[in-house]
Design a binder for this molecule. Structure first.
Ligand SMILES: [Zn+2]
Length: 416
């Protein structure tokens, strides 16, 4: 049985988190608005606001609009109280930044990497980029947390990648130990999860409760937002739709070892493979020229060819869109999202892909499931770092972690 004192402490912490979450994720608010949004009484809100202000997490801001009487003071989240180091890794790219606690980018570096080079090489480079960013960012507060997004399944509790198909050498790797010298808590998440979080905080998914973010890059994966929060599943693998079986015969072998996976049919690597085959077969003069010049065809070449009207490339991309659409139709029936966001390098190729996905999803899903469904392209250029920062902040300010550092005034040195 919890003692009355323990219950009171839990209630106080819950109220602190509720008040802070509204201001942190939805923007500056008056005490009255906070009371409405959290369901807490005005006096409780006033006490918790005072406590958060004393800890340097909230500050009085401008006056809000008056609703008759005196205009209320707005409270804002002090995003400058600390800073975060974040790295969003894809199969072939690293997007690294120093951000404030609200995901505002203070310094940023982006470069091409090969995640298959292994964790020592890749994270060594990330470490160098962190230091390069810190050298120019001059953040106000101390380092409060580190976040890393990786293109593979992650066991969220331990922060370790688990059997990632495109990341040889990363299985079970202790990412936290690698950055222990920074003395700040570190979380690792799947790249698509953080992209989804970025869209709901700062992009097209703002205000949506049920969202699926589909990334079509080298591989295919999805992030799921339920009730406005990330749904990672029991161990962290929710949304790995690239390895759902899309066809049952005559399929190609996937990198995961199975046959007929969606990713092996419609991902960027599959498009490159099929584009190169079209170049060799003589059905695409455009791609044949690319192959002759560079010795290989990449997924982006197929996208460029399609945007120039190359019929074979248009058909390859449309077929990839239909494959993705068929899998998404099942997910729409099951989960009933109000928004599907399509992102990743292949999605940037043009409208053919999005049109084929839309047409297939609307045709194959239940009418009630698609009544309010919107399918659109991702809106954020640096959604990975914005989302990774949001992922870290969400952990720092979650009850279980906040309870452990609030009295110290900073999560620096917090051991996970
Ligand atoms: Zn697979």
């Amino acid at each position: 049985m919890a003692t009355p004192a323990a219950l009171q402490a839990e209630e106080r912490l819950g109220a602190l988190v509720s008040v802070l979450d509204v201001v942190r994720t939805k923007g500056a608010a008056s005490r009255g608005h906070l009371s409405d949004a959290t369901g807490l009484g005005r006096s409780v809100v006033a006490q918790r606001v005072a406590e958060l202000a004393e800890r340097g997490l909230l500050a009085e801001d401008a006056f809000g609009p008056s609703t008759g009487g005196r205009a209320p003071r707005l409270l804002r989240f002090r995003a400058e109280a600390g800073h975060l180091l974040v790295a969003a890794l894809g199969a072939t790219s690293a997007d690294v930044a120093v951000t404030d606690l609200a995901g505002g980018v203070l310094a940023h570096r982006e470069e091409r990497i090969d995640v298959a080079a292994g964790p020592d090489a890749v994270l060594g480079r990330v470490d160098e980029l962190f230091r390069a960013c810190l050298a120019v960012a001059t953040p106000a507060g101390s380092l409060w947390g580190i976040g890393i997004g990786v293109p593979g399944p992650v066991e969220f509790e331990s922060g370790r990648p688990v059997s990632p198909p495109i990341m040889p050498g990363w299985d079970g790797y202790a990412v936290r130990d690698r950055f222990a010298a920074y003395g700040a808590p570190l979380w690792v998440d799947n790249d698509v999860n953080v992209l989804a979080l970025g869209e709901v905080r700062a992009g097209v998914a703002r205000g949506h409760e049920a969202v699926v973010y589909v990334k079509i890059g080298t591989g295919i994966g999805a992030g799921i937002l339920a009730g406005g929060a990330l749904h990672r599943g029991a161990r962290g693998s929710a949304g790995d739709i690239g390895h759902i079986q899309a066809i049952d015969q005559g399929g190609v072998v996937c990198r995961c070892g199975n046959v007929g996976c969606l990713e092996a049919l419609a991902g960027g690597a599959a498009l490159a493979r099929d584009g190169e085959a079209a170049a060799r077969a003589g059905t695409s003069p455009f791609l044949a020229r690319v192959l002759a010049e560079r010795g290989a065809v990449e997924a982006r070449d197929v996208g460029v060819a399609a945007s120039h009207g190359d019929p074979a490339s248009v058909e390859l991309i449309a077929e990839a869109g239909r494959q993705v659409g068929r899998t998404l139709a099942g997910i729409v029936n099951f989960f009933n999202p109000s928004l599907i966001v399509v992102g990743g390098g292949v999605a940037a190729a043009g409208d053919v892909l999005l049109a084929a996905i839309r047409e297939t999803v609307y045709r194959r899903s239940l009418p009630l499931a698609t009544r309010e469904l919107v399918i659109q392209r991702s809106s954020l250029e640096h959604g990975g770092v914005i989302g990774t920062a949001a992922m870290v902040a969400d952990q720092l300010f979650a009850p279980r972690w906040l309870a452990r550092w609030l009295d110290a005034g900073t999560p620096a040195g917090l051991a996970l």
